[in-house]
Design a protein around this ligand. Structure first.
Ligand code: DAH
Length: 344
């Protein structure tokens, strides 16, 4: 072992001395061959000799020979720079360059936004439910108090699979499925994908996301609806956001209201604002007191129980929250877009 150490030390000195003399490509090549040559190079011979080292010393000896090999390789690399005509190292290694970043997956911006919404409602004691994306006419329309051929169906441009089977146009059918199975008190939200026959444009897509909310209990009132939704919107957009309830119509709620929030992009001051269209307000959800007929349809006694519900567009609310004017960005999977949200 001591022997080997001395030999390596001697070779190291020899290499350093020879390296000083290298002035051109030819002498560099000679030095390389002398040390790394495949048959008689010093380093090669050291590796040969390793075979005769007793087993108990092999590990340490191997380490030393390998360290010497690296020393020689690094030395040759440094010399390459010296002998090149333009003075630049042949294989430049700029140690000041930042390393290459590895991108790992990250939740999609809509998933992050949905989780934010869910957390606010979970904090208020709501539970999360889900339902099927393929629905029957009964759940998507009829049980929600849309009589057959009622003109209100036209507001939901439906994609049919066959006569009685369709892609759900909203998350409201899950209200019915839950009320069929559970007795009040019910306090749930239902996030999910919905589908409509839409031509894609900056604010419409044939597939998007909603969160439905449903509360059924004795003595549930419109005041609870209003207070809860206002609390939710403030938790999402900050204390100062202005909220407005506007009378509206849905077959499954009576009375009904749509909820607008003040445009946070232009503060209601830009008549050509691309986000609010210059109105200063942005509609984000529909809501109302569950129509007693809907409660009857699921055998809940409307004399004893009342309910309120809402449906919020996740995509459009996320667009608004992030100041995005093009809904298609969410689904095109352009990494330049996605990496701005959580993906590092
Ligand atoms: N389902 C409605 C839509 O897609 C939104 C909605 C309005 C849901 C009122 C509700 C509600 O639960 O009470 O436009």
């Amino acid at each position: 072992m001591a022997d080997l150490k001395d030999r390596i030390e001697g070779l190291r000195k020899a290499f350093e001395a020879e390296a000083l003399k290298v002035g051109d490509a030819k002498s560099l090549e000679e030095l390389r061959t002398a040390f790394l040559g495949r048959k008689k190079g010093h380093v090669t011979l050291l590796f040969e000799d390793l075979k005769t080292v007793p087993a108990e010393d092999k590990r340490e000896a191997g380490r030393q020979v390998n360290a010497f090999k690296t020393f020689v390789q690094d030395g040759l690399l440094a010399l390459e720079g010296k002998v090149r005509s333009d003075g630049r190292p042949a294989r430049a290694m700029d140690l000041t360059l930042p390393g290459r970043k590895k991108y790992v997956g990250a939740p999609h911006p809509l998933v992050l936004f949905q989780q934010e919404i869910e957390n606010i409602f979970l904090g208020m004691g709501f539970a999360i439910e889900e339902g099927p994306e393929i629905e029957t006419d009964y759940y998507n329309f009829e049980a929600l108090n849309f009589p057959p051929h009622h003109p209100a169906r036209d507001s939901w441009d439906t994609l049919y699979i066959k006569d009685d089977l369709l892609l759900r146009t909203h998350t409201s059918p899950v209200q019915i499925r839950v009320m069929e199975k559970k007795k009040p008190p019910i306090r749930i939200i239902i996030p999910g994908r919905v589908f409509r026959r839409e031509t894609p444009d900056p604010t419409h897509l044939p597939m998007f996301m909603q969160v439905e909310g449903l509360v059924v209990d004795e003595g549930a009132t419109f005041a609870h609806l209003k207070g809860t939704l206002e609390y939710f919107i403030r938790a999402l957009f900050g204390e100062k956001i202005k909220v407005r309830f506007r009378p509206s119509f849905f077959p499954f709620t009576e009375p009904s209201a749509e909820v607008d929030i003040e445009c946070i992009v232009c503060d209601g001051k830009d008549p050509s604002c691309r986000v609010c269209g210059g109105t200063g307000w942005k509609e984000i959800l529909g809501s109302g007191m569950v129509n007693p007929q809907v409660l009857k349809n699921v055998n809940i006694d409307p004399e004893k129980y009342s309910g309120w519900a809402f449906g919020l567009g996740i995509d459009r609310t996320a667009m608004f929250a992030y100041g995005i004017t093009e809904m298609r960005h969410f689904y095109e999977n352009d990494l330049r877009f996605l990496r701005q949200f959580g993906a590092k």
